[in-house]
Each structure stands twice: as C-alpha cells, then as structure tokens.
Design a protein around this ligand. Structure first.
Ligand SMILES: Cc1cc2nc3c(=O)[nH]c(=O)nc-3n(C[C@H](O)[C@H](O)[C@H](O)COP(=O)(O)OP(=O)(O)OC[C@H]3O[C@@H](n4cnc5c(N)ncnc54)[C@H](O)[C@@H]3O)c2cc1C
Length: 595
C-alpha cells in the first residue's frame, strides 16, 4: 500500500464497489479499504437483485457503465420480469442470485481494475483541515493522504446485533462492527448521526424441506439479462434456472409469535430505532395486522453450490428455539432444519439532509457519503448512490461539472432528490410511485436516457457507443417507416432489430399517456402555492395509504408545495390531493349557487 491516493473509499459493499470502479475507470488513483476482503459485495439479506423500481435502477447504473447488472447476469440463478402482465412502464427485472458467486465476481472486478487498490483494514477516523478532507487513519495507526473520501459503511457503524434477549456487537452476524468511525464523523466532520434497525430471516437446509406442499415459482422461460452488454446468444448456455417456492404462515405460526413477542428483540421498547416499513419482521406484521390469517413465505435458494435456502417474509428477531418452532409450523417446513438464525441489527446512519445533491457533505468539502449510511435500505439503492458519489468525486478532482440526474430522466435522480431534499425518518427504499415521470423512465428505454452520460464520463467505450448510435438511428428509421434502411443484427449486437421494433412499439403506445403525465406534473408544479384548508379531513380520502394519512395529519401542511416536501409523500399522493381539493372547491361553489 502506498501512502497517497486521489480517492479513498471506505467499505466494499454494494455502494463502495460501484464507487471504487467508477473512480478508477475515470482514471483516478483509488484505494478501497474494507473490514474483510472475503466479504466484498456480500448480500447481507436476500441474494436477489432488482424487483419493482429497483430493477430499473440497476439498468440505469448499467447504461452509464456501472457493474451491478453485469455481475447479476453472471451470478443469477433465476430471472423474472415482475409485473409482466401489466404495462411496460412497470416491468421490472429481478434475479435471484448465487450469493457466493456474486461476491466472488465483484471481488474479481475490483482486483482486475487498473488504478484501483484494495486494503483490508478498519478506518478509525477521518482527517480534515480547514473544512476540507485530507486523509484517513486506519486501525494500525497509519495515515493515508487523499483528496477525497467516500464513506460507504452500510450497517457496520456501531452495529449491534439483537437476537431475542441477546445483544452483542457486530456489523453483520460473525463480522465485527466499525466502532471508532462514528465519533470522527460527528466530532471531526460535524455530522449528526442517528440509529436505524433492520432484520433478516433464518436460512434453512433445502434437504429438510417437503416441496410437495408448496407452490413452485418458475423463472421466465426466456430470461432477459439486466445488462445492456450481455450477449444473449452466449449467455447462460447449459445453465439451468432454479425454482423458488411459495408457502404461507398460519394461525399456529401467528400464535407462536404473538405468545412470545416479549422475547423478541423487535418488540417495542427493546430496539427503539426505526426499521424498514416495507420489509417488516414477522413480529411486526402480526402485531400490525392481527386480522390477517396468513402471510406469504417465499422459499428461495441461495446458490448453485449450497443447500442454504432463504425464507423471504420471515424476517425475525425471535430467540433461536422459537425461530425453529415458528418455521416448523409452516406447510412444507415441518421438518426444516435451521442453518443460520435470523436476527435484527441496529446501526448509525447520517440523515442525508446533510448532503448536497452530488452526495458530498455540506459540512466538509470532498467528503462523500453513500449507501445504507444515508438511511436507505437495499443493495440497488446503495449501488446507485455509490456509483453517483464515485462519479462526482472523480469529476471534482478533474475539475469538471458534477453529475446531478434529474427526476424526469432516472429513478436514481428521484432517489437522490428525495433523500437530500426531504430527509429521512425511517429507512428509505425505492418504489415506482415515488417517480412522477415513471411512464417516461421505463426499464426498456434506459440506454436511450442515460448512455450519452456514461459515454461523456468515459465509462462507456467508444466502440460500444458507436453501436448504440447505430441502434438509435435504427429506432428513428423504424419510427419513420424506413424499414429498408436498417443495419444487420450482427452490426447492432448486443442490441438487435427485434429490440428496436419493440422499443418503437412501446414508445408509440405510451406517447399519449406521457403527454398526460407531463400535463399533470406541470399542473402540480403550478399548484405549489395552493392553500390546503387547515380542517381538511385526510381520513376521508380513500385512495391515500394509511402511511400517507398519518404523515399528512401529523404536519397539516398549509400548501400543496409544503405537502410535497414531507418525507415519504409521493407525487401520486400530491396528484390525488390536488384532484380532491379541486372537487371540494367545485362542490362548495355548487352549494353557494344552490343557496
Ligand atoms: C441483517 C440485515 C438485514 C437486512 N435486511 C434488508 C432488507 O430486508 N431489505 C433490504 O433491501 N436490505 C436489507 N439489508 C440491507 C442491505 O444489506 C444493504 O442495504 C446493503 O448491503 C447496503 O450496502 P452498502 O454498500 O451501503 O453497505 P454494506 O453492504 O453493509 O457494506 C458496508 C461495507 O463497509 C465496510 N466497512 C464498514 N465500516 C468500515 C470501516 N470503518 N473501515 C473499513 N471498512 C468498513 C464493511 O466491511 C462492508 O464491506 C439488510 C442488511 C442486514 C445486515
């Protein structure tokens, strides 16, 4: 290891890996420091990439030259386009992955990347002078000089693991936490930290499962890759997809859980920090929805070379013996043997209101934060931020303009805009409903939206870009009906004429709807100063979710603009509110006339 780098990245999780690769590919001398090089890009929870809205983000990273999509294509064991029975705007690719392979392939990518070095150590503090970062200190006491630092520490900052009544330090099970860095982020860098928590499920042995009592969930017959660059002809030759399975909890499961809530680390009073609303522990689901008689449990393989199976839906902080009992109450799992127990983890995060839109901190120049440390949850959210922080760190050193993606060009733009303007009071994950322009920022047109950016950054090669431009020309020719003037599939590969025809079809199908979407969005902007009566009854609006009602009632915003800036209030909520106010106004006018 040398003593001077242009960029130092702390953490080699999903954010850190994308950040490091982007910086090194842009020509900067980069060092990535991580607690354990055997756990690079480890999937701490379910080894699945993509899904609703998250799949779009992976495609966006890929279109700009990032890594996650390529690795997923090679590590996937089952591929599925979610929402395929609905319109293309909400089609979302998802892949169940071989978790060891994913980690290994990402590790190889880092190791073979020019300009990038890897170091196993713990960063204990950051060194800043006159408000600007200038180095890091590691556990051995050595210091490393650098112009920029990107912190991507995930769930490791002062990580505490909770399992029933047991509580011990850990960044993940069997991995040590980072105990010193929080103090430095706070005292040397002026950042305020808070606590969040999350849970994971037990893993069981597939040999102990009775699959005949479950419903098989097959992958797509013709899987579609995540990456724009994966050549379909060569891809997954002779590699079989594995099945996932579906079963359900029942009244016995629920009784085991509710009888023992006080023995779970999830229960109120034991772990006070907020957990992800949309990935609740089974204890939380049973408390919140007592009327529900069963919940889904997806039984998902974790790899080609392991018998470990993930129980998606059974996130828990119950004690060991109760986890085993709960699992054995479920159809098909009567004799299931646990290999690893589920647990809850609490960790420090920094509210992203302390960041600029480039993901640089407002308190210290050239210090960037990305991933779970910003209060988000999920591999894709982490990778997206890591990629953008890496690019912006490199652009800053190169003295070039920063990259700030807009809400109408990408989900990544929505994510960063949301967290840096509205802040966070519970773990943030992406949904299609957070994106007011979701009809335009589809899975199918990611390359058209973002590949120019990737090329201008030097992350998409000239050779690829030339082919992409040929594809773009083909699209325009098909659109104009010039079908005799088209390149061959060979010239276009990995794009194809089939893809071009499908793209034009989807574009035409959505043209009118996109016009309406843009009109609604413009109207929402015009309504920024529109007053909301202080006695407005949010409970009366059936289309609001209970979360939306709860948040609006808490703040009672005075204007539409203020409502739109409340954390977790989605553009779709604002559209509904505007329509409702309009309706109320008309009704009032009508009543006056009648009088
Ligand atoms: C128990 C558990 C349950 C989860 N459940 C869910 C879920 O239900 N849904 C969901 O979407 N996501 C879940 N996640 C979150 C998901 O794993 C993260 O969102 C994602 O991994 C975050 O990526 P990251 O790159 O920010 O951090 P991580 O993947 O956590 O990587 C952090 C990296 O930083 C390194 N590091 C930390 N501190 C230091 C230091 N001081 N010096 C050097 N290196 C350091 C670590 O070694 C690690 O490599 C869960 C995570 C855990 C642990």
């Amino acid at each position: 290891m040398e003593k001077k780098y242009q960029i130092v990245i702390i953490g080699a999780g999903h954010a850190g890996c994308e950040a490091a690769l982007a910086c090194a590919k842009m020509g900067l001398k980069t060092l990535i420091i991580t607690l354990n090089v055997d756990s690079i890009a480890r999937m701490s929870c379910n080894p699945a990439i993509g899904g609703i809205a998250k799949g779009q983000m992976v495609r966006e990273i890929d279109a700009m030259g990032g890594e996650m999509g390529k690795i997923t294509d090679h590590a996937g064991l089952q591929f599925k386009i979610l929402n395929s029975s609905r319109g293309p705007a909400v089609w979302s690719p998802r892949a169940q992955c071989d978790k060891e392979l994913y980690s290994l392939l990402m590790s190889k990518s880092l190791q073979s990347q020019p300009n990038l070095e890897i170091l196993q150590s713990e960063v204990t503090s950051l060194i800043a002078k006159n408000g600007k970062i200038c180095g890091v200190k590691i556990l051995t006491g050595e210091t490393i000089d650098t112009s920029v630092v990107i912190v991507t520490t995930g769930t490791f900052l002062k990580g505490t693991i909770h399992l029933g009544k047991m509580h011990f330090d850990g960044g993940r099970f069997n991995e040590k936490p980072a105990i010193y860095l929080s103090k430095s982020l706070n005292e040397d860098c002026g950042l305020v930290l808070d606590r969040f928590k999350t849970t994971t499920t037990p893993r069981i042995n597939s040999r102990s499962i009775n699959y005949s009592k479950m419903t098989e969930q097959l992958g797509d017959e013709k899987p579609k890759p995540f990456s724009h660059f994966t050549e379909i002809e060569q891809w997954r030759k002779n590699l079989k997809q594995l099945s996932c399975w579906l079963t359900y909890t029942n009244s016995i499961t629920h009784k085991i859980v509710s009888d023992n809530l006080e023995l779970s680390s999830i229960s109120i009073g034991k772990v006070n920090s907020k957990s992800p609303r949309y990935c609740p522990a089974i204890e939380e689901k049973i408390e919140r929805y007592p009327e529900k008689v069963s919940h889904h449990v997806f039984v998902e393989p974790e790899g080609y070379n392991t018998n470990e199976v993930y129980l998606n839906g059974l996130y828990t902080g119950l004690l060991f013996n109760l986890q085993q009992k709960m699992i054995n109450s479920i159809a098909g799992l009567e004799n299931a043997k646990v290999i690893r127990y589920g647990y809850a983890i609490e960790y420090d995060y920094s509210n992203p209101l302390q960041l600029k839109k480039t993901l640089e901190t407002k308190t210290i120049e050239n210090l960037f934060l990305s991933g779970q440390i910003n209060g988000t949850t999920g591999y894709e959210e982490a990778a997206s931020q890591g990629f953008i922080a890496g690019i912006n760190a490199a652009l800053k050193i190169l003295d070039r303009d920063p990259l700030m993606l807009k809400r109408n060009e990408s989900y990544i733009g929505v994510l960063i805009d949301d967290i840096t303007t509205k802040g966070i009071d519970e773990p943030y994950r992406m949904f299609t409903s957070r994106a007011e322009y979701r009809l335009s920022i589809r899975n199918d047109n990611t390359d058209l939206r973002l590949m120019d950016i990737g090329h201008s950054l030097g992350l998409i090669s000239d050779k690829t870009y030339k082919k992409f431009n040929l594809y773009r020309q083909a699209l325009s020719n098909i659109h104009e009906g010039k079908i005799n003037d088209l390149p061959s599939n060979e010239d276009l590969s990995p794009w194809s004429l089939e893809k071009a025809k499908e793209e034009v079809y989807i574009h035409k199908k959505y043209e009118r709807y996109i016009e309406i979407q843009n009109k609604i969005t413009n109207k929402m902007k015009e309504n920024e100063n529109r007053q909301i009566p202080q006695d407005f009854n949010y409970d009366k609006v059936d289309s609001f979710s209970s979360e939306t009602k709860q948040r609006l009632k808490k703040v009672h915003p005075q204007t539409i603009g203020q409502a739109s800036r409340i954390h977790a209030i989605k553009p779709s909520d604002i559209a509904i509110l505007t329509i409702y106010l309009e309706k109320q106004k008309k009704e009032k006018k009508q009543k006056k006339l009648e009088k």
